[in-house]
Design a protein around this ligand. Structure first.
Ligand code: GAR
Length: 187
């Protein structure tokens, strides 16, 4: 059996990317095992998933960033976590925290980076009348949404596309792209 890398997923919301990661990580050959889920939102749907799949989870409020990161580090160390995946985690981590895990934190973003970094991606994409959008998995560096790109998926924007339909369309691609990117990293 492959020796799986002990990993943690950070979430803030619904957790649909987390769900696909959990499912794929159960595959015998998938390179990571999710040993911890951290949420900065007590109401995150992903917490329900953690319970459902019996994965250890922690809720840490992130209004006090230093305290949040200290709490995360303690837990990460305790559980010997070596790899971090941000999946809809909507808080910007400090440079110090990110540097501690250089090349060991990845993120998924719902645009074709380097275009549309930051929030409200779909709204801005539609406003700019783009023909294509998509999603990107990239390494996390101290500069927001700017680390080395691991992989991307592109979709065609329909004529009557709305923010919601675009989000749904791209999320479907995200669910495939995130796991494929992890496989590619550890190949
Ligand atoms: C996803 O679309 C993800 O790419 C995005 O939040 C959504 C989370 O959905 N992340 C960001 O915008 C990060 N800047 P999920 O909770 O269902 O996985």
């Amino acid at each position: 059996m492959v020796k799986k890398i002990r990993s943690c997923v950070f979430i803030s919301g619904k957790g649909s990317n987390l769900k696909s990661l959990i499912k794929n990580s159960r595959d015998y050959n998938f390179p990571i095992k999710i040993e911890l889920i951290i949420s900065n939102n007590i109401k995150a749907g992903g917490i329900r998933l953690a319970k459902q799949y019996s994965i250890p989870y922690k809720f840490f409020p992130s209004d006090d960033q230093k305290k949040f990161e200290r709490n995360c580090l303690i837990e990460i160390k305790k559980r010997k976590i070596k790899f971090l995946c941000l999946a809809g985690f909507m808080k910007i981590l400090s440079s110090d925290f990110i540097r501690t895990f250089r090349h060991k934190i990845i993120n998924i973003h719902p645009s074709l980076l380097p275009k549309y970094k930051g929030i409200n991606t779909h709204k801005r994409v539609l406003k700019s009348k783009e023909k294509y959008s998509g999603c990107t998995v990239h390494f996390v560096t101290p500069i927001l949404d700017s680390g080395k790109i691991i992989s991307q998926r592109k979709i065609l924007i329909g004529k009557s596309e709305t923010e919601d339909s675009l989000r749904t369309k791209i999320l479907k691609q995200e669910h495939k792209l995130y796991s494929q990117s992890i496989i590619a990293i550890f190949k």
